[in-house]
Write a protein that binds this ligand. Structure first.
Ligand code: HEC
Length: 177
């Protein structure tokens, strides 16, 4: 009697062992599948974050018009409403007091260097005061001769408005020390 119950218990214990072993391998597989799924989701969200989302933002209003219901709610949640987007853009433009001449400056930079450091025969502008820059620009605008190559600057200064000249002077003084 004692032997039998002992034997039975032994079998039982063995069975439990087997069960535990099985459970572990099944669990392992499940974890692997879950892992793959998570990685899949991750890759898709990266793709969305890098490819789809910037495009959404870039194409702005057009993509918005074909997007209703949940899609639109999601769009609004991420980007804000149209007026909020416009407001944000205005705020960014206002925060940059030089936004009006940054495009112009790209032309100047072709000769004077991105940081106004000067290049070859083109004089450096960095380190000059706003007064100096504006005086020179008005002189060129009036077709006055400053140096040997003033004629190069006549056309450049000719296209600048008074407010452009003031802003460029400030821009050079404040950002190119
Ligand atoms: C095609 C090349 C070129 C471009 C583009 C150009 N410049 Fe010039 N810039 C010159 C040259 C050359 C001189 C020297 C002119 C001289 O001899 O008087 C000069 C001189 C100047 C000076 C006087 C510097 C000094 O110390 O006397 C200022 C200020 C200036 N440029 C500003 C600008 C601004 C602002 C722009 C853009 C709106 C611009 N330049 C675009 C070539 C250029």
């Amino acid at each position: 009697m004692d032997m039998v119950s002992h034997h039975t218990r032994f079998v039982d214990v063995d069975g439990e062992h087997d069960y535990v072993g099985n459970f572990l391998t099944t669990g392992d597989k499940t974890m692997k599948e879950l892992g793959m799924t998570l990685i899949g989701c991750f890759v898709i969200s990266i793709f969305f974050a890098l490819k789809v989302y910037p495009n959404l933002e870039y194409t702005g209003y057009s993509s918005n018009s074909s997007c209703y219901g949940e899609c639109y709610e999601e769009y609004v949640r991420v980007n804000g409403t149209l007026s909020e987007i416009m407001e944000k853009k205005r705020e960014i433009a206002n925060a940059d007091e030089f936004s009006s001449i940054r495009g112009l400056w790209a032309g100047c930079a072709a000769c004077h260097g991105q940081e106004g450091q000067g290049m070859a025969v083109f004089p450096a502008l960095a380190g000059q005061s706003s007064d100096y820059i504006t005086q020179r620009l008005y002189a060129y605008k009036n077709r006055e001769t400053v140096g040997a190559m003033s004629s190069t600057m006549w056309a450049q200064a000719g296209m600048l408005s008074d407010s452009d000249i003031q802003t460029i002077g400030k821009f050079i003084e404040e950002t190119m020390k």
